[in-house]
Design a binder for this molecule. Structure first.
Ligand code: GLN
Length: 478
């Protein structure tokens, strides 16, 4: 079954003439046929394929794309009713770059509506399921991408990460997920959630594929004013199998009440493995960590409320046709009723919260203050990276939780990202890799963070750990 392989393994097989990219597609499609009715990883499943540019780097290897990244061949709906039927007239920069290198865009993956969530349950299309336990969530918001890769319904995928949406689902599904440094990957064509936090990144079966994919999508783009014009590296060259002399910090604020015992134990074991491989460890403090969740939900909702103002029933997607005009006249009624029906509950909650913190009476007390604390959170990291190459933490405080378990309690859902959002607030890169299983056979993820634009350090650490362990090789029985 070719669909169980990584992209780099398939590239070797295609290059040596043993298989063709059509053979790969046959196996991916047959897996989708077999398991998609259980997993529901796709919002818009793969279409019939047009020709791909052969001979180029990626040789027609298919890639699944999160439903908030604009693609010409597929609808892009952010898994929301309000973008129903929206077919972008252009490709996002990351999609252009993938196509130039000969990748085949192959389906759009399910997500929490507008990337608001940690469980993939707020999708208009219904929840995706975790391939390791179908009663549990795959994480979110890129849960469809992570579930597709973990179930071998995709070879690899792109996700987006505003507060953890690549890393947390990667962790819950037992795959690799990287959020690059803010500005490293173009956001042009990514439908914005919170523009100062969003980044696109890879979700893959191993660290090698993450580096390969990052090589293609990273780099300056003058259509994104927040894209940074710093040379990219060859990330494949960062994959040394050696961490001798590497200095790693462990922040004490991450090992607190609420951390699942099995997750904590597995991170401690990982530490001793990394120590044996030559890294040195020291406990450090990131004192402003305790404010991260509050700061994030003020800033992210503020930006989201502004970004979502454009969905008004006029320009894109869904418009309510049976307008009740009595209340406010035809135009305002059309806006209100289109938005009222088009957005789900969580999107409305965020628009209301974001509008509130930006309102003139509360702007200083909430929004401005949150911006100041954001700077303090970033400074905590700057201090640590003066002395250390990497920081390690759990990716998620718990393994995958049951479908429905946190849906009624937004605060408990928001705490799912307690370990991931600080990286977005401070713009630094972070990766999640598989590092163990619970007794109930649920995957556990390790998060590795490094200084801005030092993806090299976290890739090297992740690769060394992966090459000396077998966690990434395990497959779920679906
Ligand atoms: N779960 C977080 C939220 O709901 C992060 C989402 C994301 O990274 N897109 O905001």
């Amino acid at each position: 079954m070719l669909n169980t392989k990584t992209a780099h393994e398939l590239l070797d097989l295609i290059s040596s003439g043993e298989v063709s990219y059509e053979d790969v597609l046959v196996d991916v499609k047959s897996q989708i046929k077999k398991t998609e009715s259980k997993i529901k990883a796709y919002a818009h499943p793969p279409n019939n394929v047009e020709s791909v540019s052969q001979g180029s780097l990626l040789k027609g290897i298919p890639i699944a794309i999160k439903d908030n990244i604009c693609t010409k061949e597929y609808l892009t709906t952010c898994s929301s009713h309000i973008l129903e039927g929206f077919n972008p007239p252009y490709d996002a920069t990351v999609i252009e770059r993938l196509k130039e290198k000969g990748a085949l865009i192959f389906g759009k993956t399910n997500m929490d509506e507008f990337a608001f969530g940690s469980s993939c349950e707020t999708s208009f299309y219904g929840p995706s399921r975790n391939p390791w336990d179908l009663d549990r969530v795959p994480g979110g918001s890129s849960g469809g991408s992570a579930a597709a890769v973990a179930s071998d319904e995709a070879i690899w995928a792109l996700g987006s990460d505003t507060g953890g949406s690549i890393r947390q689902p990667a962790s819950l599904c037992g795959v690799v997920g990287l959020k690059p440094t803010y500005g490293r990957v173009s956001r042009y064509g990514l439908i914005a959630f919170a523009s100062s936090l969003d980044q696109i990144g890879p979700i893959t079966k191993d660290v090698y594929d993450t580096a390969l994919l990052l090589n293609i999508i990273a780099g300056h783009d003058n259509r994104d004013s927040t894209s940074i014009n710093i040379e990219t590296e060859d990330y494949l060259k960062c994959l040394e199998k050696d961490i001798k002399g590497l200095k790693i910090a462990i922040p004490k604020e991450y090992f607190i009440k609420g951390l699942d015992k099995e997750v904590g134990d597995s991170i401690r074991e990982t530490r001793s493995t990394l120590e044996k491989l030559g890294a040195s460890f020291k406990e450090v403090s990131l004192p402003h960590t305790k404010y991260a969740v509050a700061v994030y939900y003020i800033l992210a909702t503020a930006e989201a409320s502004s970004n979502l103002a454009r969905f008004d029933g006029v320009q894109y997607g869904f418009r309510e046709r049976n307008i009740d005009k009595k209340e406010t006249g035809p135009m305002i009624s059309m806006y209100k009723q289109s938005r009222g029906k088009g957005f789900g509950l969580e999107a409305k909650r965020r628009i209301i919260l974001g509008t509130y913190v930006l309102s003139s009476g509360y702007y200083d007390a909430y929004y401005l203050r949150a911006l100041k604390v954001r700077t303090l959170i970033k400074k905590d990291f700057d201090e640590v990276f003066k002395e250390f190459d990497c920081i390690i933490t759990p990716t998620s405080p718990t393994p995958a939780f049951k479908i429905g378990e946190r849906l009624e309690n937004p605060l408990s859902m928001y705490l799912s990202d307690i370990y991931t959002i600080s990286a977005n607030l401070s713009g630094i890169p972070a990766i999640s890799i598989p590092c163990g299983f619970t007794k109930g056979r649920l995957p556990i993820g390790l998060q590795i963070l490094s200084a801005p634009f030092k993806e090299r350090d976290l890739l090297r650490t992740a690769y060394t750990f992966e090459q000396n362990t077998d966690w990434h090789k395990a497959k779920p029985k679906i």
